[in-house]
Design a protein around this ligand. Structure first.
Ligand code: HEC
Ligand code: HEC
Length: 334
């Protein structure tokens, strides 16, 4: 009897493992795996730098200002507010799961997170500092020097090491265990009938051709407005800015749909606040499909199942400035 029972258990495990393997291999969206931290001290240092507004000219703007980890890694504004209340040129994408993308920025002009992290510090419309000044600020703080010495073997802070630490911290900002991922891994009860219907629509009409991989996006650059042009006042032209090829005009990196319910407003110009409208625009402009209200509701219900565990962080306490630390200039040079 005992033998039979264990056989039955083995068979049922075998069957469910088979179903898991099926979804995991056949579906084009893959689960997000939890971050594996191999360098905890570097992650901790990167987290401090991520939250440190002293990397900005004003002493007020940190990476977290525009990629707020309490709000899905975005700022929930159409375009960001930078130094001196500068109006940013483009919507701030979420940093959650950004390590999974083929490249960074809407036009992919940075190859990876490390290359990306140097950009905002020196961008006059963002943190408006420069690398030399940012390095001077961090170098003037003994506790930072001690941490850099522990992590990089030298107390001398460089922009290389600053961006490396930030990038390694960002690699931990993944969001596993969404209900959709539980379903992918075989838990049939993880999704409702409506959410499943939405996913079927998402696949059958072709959304998944562009929004695929673990991030449900981030795997390619695609035209915004395949069937019908996208109307916008935003001057960004996308990928052509990097390649110079006319064919890349208005191609943007396909954004991740992970946590999309948290990262409104949508599109590179942040023009759409409602997920329903964003889905309607996508269906018409990318696929030439007019979805009815029920179909849109279903797809939106599916998209909300892509919200995963948000990174749980304890706020870092930043080491204090010293008498030698260059002073912030919140209102311009005095
Ligand atoms: C003033 C707002 C602002 C600040 C401050 C800021 N960012 Fe950004 N970030 C943006 C915007 C806007 C974009 C999109 C720019 C583009 O694509 O041209 C972006 C893009 C990114 C991306 C690419 C994401 C993707 O999907 O392509 C990453 C990663 C990122 N920022 C990390 C950082 C880090 C690290 C810092 C701090 C060193 C930082 N940001 C500071 C606004 C900001
Ligand atoms: C041909 C490729 C392609 C197809 C097909 C496609 N998308 Fe997109 N999607 C994109 C691109 C590119 C963007 C970014 C466009 C921009 O911001 O200008 C985007 C943006 C989005 C956004 C906004 C995300 C954000 O953070 O701003 C949502 C939501 C979205 N797509 C959902 C869908 C849905 C639902 C479908 C099917 C109805 C779909 N997409 C079909 C390429 C595609």
């Amino acid at each position: 009897m005992k033998k039979l029972l264990s056989l039955a258990v083995a068979v049922s495990i075998g069957i469910s493992a088979h179903v898991h393997a099926d979804r995991l291999s056949s579906e084009l969206i893959k689960p997000i795996e939890p971050a594996v931290v191999t360098e905890p001290e570097k992650v901790e240092l990167g987290k401090k730098l991520w939250f440190d507004p002293r990397l900005s000219m004003s002493g007020f703007i940190s990476c977290n200002s525009c990629h707020n980890l309490s709000m899905g890694g975005s700022d929930n504004l159409p375009t960001s507010i930078g130094h001196n209340w500068a109006e940013g040129p483009i919507n701030s994408p979420t940093v959650l799961n950004s390590s999974l993308a083929v490249a960074q920025f809407w036009d992919g002009r940075a190859a990876d997170l490390k290359e990306q992290a140097g950009g905002p510090i020196a961008n006059p419309l963002e943190m408006a500092s420069n690398h030399a000044l940012a390095v001077d600020v961090i170098n003037s703080i003994p506790q930072y020097r001690e941490e850099f010495a522990r992590v990089y073997g030298s107390p001398e802070v460089t922009i290389e090491n600053i961006t490396d630490a930030i990038a390694v911290f960002e690699e931990t900002l993944v969001t596993p265990n969404s209900r959709f991922d539980l379903w992918l891994k075989g838990d049939d009860s993880a999704l409702t009938a409506q959410e499943l219907a939405g996913y079927e629509t998402f696949k059958s009409i072709g959304c998944v051709a562009c929004h695929n991989g673990p991030a449900a996006g981030g795997t390619s650059f695609q035209r915004m407005g395949v069937v019908e042009p996208y109307q916008t006042d935003n001057p960004a032209e996308g990928r052509v800015a990097v390649t110079g090829k006319d064919a890349d005009r208005f191609n943007f990196k396909v954004p991740t749909l992970r946590n999309v319910e948290l990262t409104y407003p949508y599109f590179h110009d942040g023009a759409y606040w409602e997920l329903e409208k964003a889905v309607d625009v996508m269906a018409r402009l990318q696929l030439g499909r007019q979805l009815n209200e029920e179909e849109i509701g279903n797809v939106v219900a599916f998209l909300k199942t892509l919200t995963g565990d948000q990174p749980e962080l304890s706020m870092p306490i930043l080491p204090p400035s010293t008498n030698d630390t260059p002073r912030p200039q919140p209102f311009g040079a005095k």
